[in-house]
Design a protein around this ligand. Structure first.
Ligand SMILES: Cc1ncc(COP(=O)(O)O)c(C=O)c1O
Length: 458
């Protein structure tokens, strides 16, 4: 046993002992994470024996609960067993993996596709494998954490640029060595704000400077494009985008990810990407289910139409009520709140009223711009959506979410307590002010932000 009484030695566990942000929020009854779902009933889930309308998932097309998908997953498990018990490289390559790669390549009009065990691994694997020392990755500041970590895993320098700004991209590219390898990487749809990447403008700049273009289609697959191909299809830019990455954990209702592109690049990844080679392949039930979901997504375009009908209804509904939903253009609809604790309180009150949402706080969103993230499915009924709007309006008024401070996301910093939470509600001011005395901003209930040191500051 380690002698932790010896004060001269650092104990790597000491930070865990000191970590009390989560406990603190739990003690206030506002902890919004790891909620236990006891059953899933279509668009609703059961928590604590009560039904909640789910508006916190990425199950955009409602395929995760489709009986035909469940049957396909069952058939695959019967044929191949519960797992592949090894890497595809060695013993874990079943016909279903290859079939899914072929069908995705056909759907996306790409030469080849490589599956990864998660979308996170797909980004990490592609970036860490393709980028080398001396290369540069031009990275939208609001890109997903898996992209950021992929950048860190690579030996290239990461150059962040202002969100969706072709001008900022141009300035950054203009300062890089002309002969160096460059990759521009963006989310097609940004997971928190719900806005769409400005691909046409960004691509023009990238082309001018000889940078390859990589688009993460996690939230756009099944949502954007004539057939749900994603952002590249939406802008009719399939040929301009060099590599696309996607996940099965959203519209396709399962888990896993992929990278699609030229065959010679995919062959290279297949033999070099460490997080592809040194991990077990996707389980048969997952691949069988995803194959069926992909087929249904292609055969039933009415799902996407219904998703967009629901999306427009919610955009208009929230705007009419007075919520600030930012710049969203998609089924991801953030309700801007401002302070972290107020976002937790808003989400908790919605939960108590039967609406399951997910708050997002720093570092998932910009500091002081906490949101309650909502997202919609093709299968939500009008009745469910009306209930969501009414409940958000009632609770939003009670918490003064529409007050000027929250509306602009502009919250005041106070010298001693970090934040000034002003919630005119009986359980608001005291509880929240007490809370504000707690965690210093070096910490958060969520994971720490990425340190700046791996960024190339130019
Ligand atoms: C934009 C984006 N990329 C990648 C991922 C990672 O995907 P997965 O959940 O399949 O690991 C996510 C998941 O949240 C995401 O939102």
């Amino acid at each position: 046993m380690l002698d932790i009484m010896n004060e001269k030695r650092k104990d790597i566990f000491s930070k865990c002992l000191e970590f009390n942000e989560a406990r603190h929020v739990q003690s206030l009854g506002l902890y919004p994470y790891f909620r236990t779902i006891e059953a899933t009933l279509g668009n609703q889930v059961v928590c604590g024996g009560r039904r909640k309308i789910m508006i916190g998932s990425n199950n955009y097309l409602g395929l995760a609960q489709d009986e035909r998908v469940i049957e396909a997953a069952q058939a695959a498990i019967r044929k191949y067993g519960s797992g592949c018990t090894g890497s595809r490289f060695l013993n874990g390559n079943i016909r279903l993996h290859e079939q899914l790669e072929e069908e995705l390549a056909d759907f996306l009009q790409r030469e080849a596709v490589l599956l990864f065990s998660t979308g996170f691994f797909a980004n990490e694997g592609a970036l860490a494998t393709l980028l080398e020392e001396g290369d540069f990755i031009l990275c939208d500041r609001e890109n997903h954490a898996s992209i950021i970590d992929g950048c860190r895993m690579s030996r290239a320098k990461t150059v962040p640029f202002a969100h969706n700004s072709a001008e900022a991209l141009r300035r950054r590219l203009g300062r890089l060595p002309e002969a160096s390898g460059k990759l521009l990487i963006v989310d097609g749809v940004f997971s928190m704000s719900g806005d769409i990447s400005n691909l046409p403008e960004l691509h023009k700049v990238a082309k001018e400077f000889g940078a390859r273009l990589y688009v993460d289609e996690a939230h756009s697959l099944g949502v954007l494009g004539p057939n749900g191909e994603g952002t590249a299809g939406h802008f009719n830019m399939t040929n301009e985008v060099d590599l696309v990455m996607g996940t099965f954990s959203k519209s396709l209702g399962s888990m896993g990810g992929f990278v699609a592109g030229p065959r010679y690049v995919i062959e290279y990844l297949k033999h070099k990407a460490r997080c592809f080679i040194f991990t077990a392949s996707l389980a048969p039930a997952v691949v069988g289910g995803v194959l069926k979901s992909l087929q249904l997504m292609r055969e039933e375009p009415e799902r996407k139409d219904r998703l967009w009908k629901n999306t427009h209804k919610m955009h208009e509904g929230f705007k009419r009520i007075g919520f600030n939903i930012g710049t969203t253009q998609t089924p991801i609809v953030p309700l801007l709140v401002g302070s972290e604790m107020k976002a937790f309180l808003f989400s908790q009150k919605l939960f108590d009223a039967g609406v399951f949402t997910t708050p997002a706080v720093y570092p998932a969103v910009r500091y002081g711009h906490s949101i309650v993230r909502t997202s919609y499915m093709a299968t939500h009924t009008d009745e469910e959506l009306d209930y969501v709007l009414e409940t958000c309006e009632r609770v939003g008024k009670e918490l003064e979410i529409f007050s000027d401070a929250a509306y602009t996301g502009d919250i005041k910093r106070s010298k001693n307590v970090g934040y000034d939470f002003s919630v005119p509600n009986e359980e608001g001011p005291e509880t929240l002010r007490a809370a504000s005395g707690e965690p210093a901003r070096s910490g958060s209930v969520l994971c720490p932000p990425i340190s700046g040191e791996h960024y190339q500051n130019i």
